[in-house]
Write a protein that binds this ligand. Structure first.
Ligand SMILES: [Zn+2]
Length: 76
């Protein structure tokens, strides 16, 4: 997968999450937890395809001070 495909999947997923949250009767706190969990999942999804979720670079070229996911953790 290329970064373009990952980003498209991300945007589609975000739309779905937004709809879901709009329809749900979760409280704000619950919603934030839900979004956090979803972002974790997206970060894992990007890392599985060797991209950094934060900067959209290949993990090997990521220069984020605190990479959201490292390749080591992806493999584990
Ligand atoms: Zn990065």
């Amino acid at each position: 997968m290329k970064i373009f495909d990952l980003l498209r999947a991300y945007h589609e997923s975000r739309e779905n999450i937004r709809l879901l949250l709009d329809l749900s009767d979760m409280g704000d706190y619950e919603k934030m937890g839900f979004i956090d969990a979803w972002q974790e999942e997206m970060a894992d999804f990007f890392a599985r395809h060797d991209y950094c979720f934060a900067c959209n670079r290949r993990l090997g070229r990521c220069q984020c001070e605190e990479p959201i996911r490292t390749s080591a953790r992806t493999i584990a």
